[in-house]
Design a protein around this ligand. Structure first.
Ligand code: NAD
Length: 483
């Protein structure tokens, strides 16, 4: 028996095994132990979830006054806050992130997302439209129907909430498919929804493999929308498959975000921003500032400081409140990241900090040193591909225009950072950057009211803020003849 036992699927308010009885292990990346066995859904389970979600959409959820939906979302936030210690611990156990990040950043923000969208539930309305005489025309903002939320393993509950909360607030029902590595907090969310009184079928949690459960959701004709966060290649496949049934799709994909440091910046603040930008969340952050663009005039001094700071960051037990650097989420991910380090060396970049696997004295766990490469040129693999780990690639530039050109020289466009004391330069560069979020003299800050999403191959659609509401509703125009 594993530490957390066996977990089932949540379909129509009932816990059940996968129809074919399959399960998959959940591994704690800090100990390499299997901590739970979770049901691995097949197309038959997905079909049952779609039937349940459709029935709830037409039935109790569709008929519930918007204010009542909002009240339930608020209650769910309260329940999550009551159980925060337990949920944060689960997030750390399956993902490997430090408990301080789960307990004080990720899970509190997940509760805030619920509260924010709870407030929107009864504030969405249509317009009356000034058309020709003799007609009354008005619009209604209506939900899409059944939404499938497919999420990755780096912020398992938070990225789920970015989709679940606006989808439910606007009257849709949801099937949530967490990443196969990190299903535990999604299941806890489903349990809490039942505890606070969500009708059965409104929030279903289907755990399983991407190629099986995920693909079945994408192909199912009864799903109206796919809200996806994950790899760019997976997103392209989802868009292709969703075309068959013409589902709506929003995609939050990868990034290779530039963090640009000008010589006139507060360099100590920029050093902190550059390291936080890449090492927060072990670098497994879609918006990680993984390309550090440094003004040639301050490059050597700046990179010395960044390397010194990286060397001071030591991995520790993720459950220890003092730990600031946890375990890489899986063995496969650790190997992938280490592979990029080898590629960086082979292509001629200079390793100035880290570069290796490490351990915390237990001989177990997928830990890695914070890694910094200097002397990176824009054509190198580590400057172009998303590594999704604690690896920083530093590239120099000569002037503002070269900084902008290098920053935009990427297929991605998720986020960017600018460090300067010159207000005019900051806004000039912010306007020129091809990125969905630009941080000036800060990095990796988020708020539920501030929309987030990609340019270019980092995806489309926006999450958070009021913009997200547009992606979970459709407009109906009603004509009434007054003649
Ligand atoms: P992934 O694409 O492998 O998996 C994401 C989810 O999709 C998982 O639930 C997976 O099971 C599912 N999936 C996989 N194949 C599928 C298929 N064929 N059909 C349907 N579902 C499928 O990504 P990952 O490795 O879990 O996550 C890392 C990636 O996510 C990184 O590239 C990162 O940049 C990106 N990411 C982006 C954002 C953002 O907001 N833009 C946020 C976090 C992570």
């Amino acid at each position: 028996m594993t530490q957390l036992g066996r977990k089932q699927l949540l379909i129509n308010g009932e816990w059940r095994d996968a129809a074919d009885g399959r399960t998959m292990p959940v591994i704690n990346p800090a100990t390499e132990e299997t901590i739970a066995e979770v049901a691995s859904a097949s197309a038959a389970d997905v079909d049952a979830a779609v039937v349940a979600a459709r029935a709830a959409f037409i039935g109790p959820w569709g008929q519930m006054p918007a204010r009542e939906r909002g009240r339930l979302l608020w209650k769910l936030a309260e329940r999550l806050t009551e159980r925060i210690d337990e949920v944060a611990r689960l997030e750390t156990l399956h993902n490997g992130k430090p408990i301080v990040e789960s307990r004080h950043i990720e899970i509190p923000m997940a509760a805030e997302v619920l509260q924010y969208y709870a407030g929107w539930a009864d504030k969405l309305h249509g317009d009356t439209v000034p058309v020709k005489a003799g007609s009354l025309v008005y619009t209604r903002r209506e939900p899409l129907g059944v939404v499938a939320a497919i999420v990755p393993w780096n912020f398992p509950l938070l990225l789920a909430m970015w989709k679940v909360a606006p989808a439910l607030a606007t009257g849709n029902t949801v099937i949530l498919k967490p990443a196969s590595q990190t299903p535990l907090t999604a299941l806890a969310l489903g349990e809490m929804a039942g505890e606070v009184g969500f009708p059965p079928g409104v929030l279903n949690v289907v755990t399983g493999r991407g190629g099986t459960a995920g693909q079945a959701l994408v192909e199912h004709p009864g799903v109206n929308k796919i809200a996806f966060t994950g790899d760019t290649a997976t997103g392209k496949g989802i868009m292709r498959s969703a075309a068959e049934t013409l589902k709506q799709v929003t995609l939050e994909l990868g990034g290779k975000s530039p963090n640009i440091v000008f010589a006139d910046a507060d360099l100590d603040a920029a050093v902190r921003g550059a390291t936080l930008g890449i090492f927060y969340g072990k670098g497994e952050v879609c918006a990680a500032g993984s390309r550090l663009l440094v003004d040639a005039a301050v490059k050597d001094e700046f990179l010395d400081k960044v390397a010194a700071r990286a060397k001071k960051m030591v991995a520790g037990d993720p459950l220890d409140p003092k730990t600031r650097l946890g375990a890489i989420s899986s063995k496969a991910q650790l190997e992938r990241v280490l592979g990029y380090v080898e590629t960086g060396k082979r292509e001629g970049a200079t390793l100035i900090a880290g570069g290796s696997r490490t351990d915390i004295g237990t001989g177990k766990g997928f830990f890695m040193q914070p890694t910094v490469f200097a002397g990176v040129t824009p054509d190198m693999t580590i400057a172009r591909e998303e590594i999704f780990g604690p690896v920083l690639a530093a590239i120099e530039f000569a002037d503002v225009e070269e900084a902008i050109a290098r920053a935009n020289d990427s297929m991605y466009g998720l986020a960017a950072g600018i460090w300067t004391r010159d207000v005019r330069k900051a806004h000039y560069v912010a306007a020129k950057l091809q990125a969905g979020t630009v941080w000036v003299n800060t990095y990796n800050v988020y708020d539920v009211a501030a929309s987030f999403g990609g340019y270019k191959q980092s995806g489309f659609g926006r999450e958070l803020g009021r913009h997200a509401l547009d992606y979970y509703t459709q407009v109906k125009t009603v004509w009434v003849d007054l003649g």
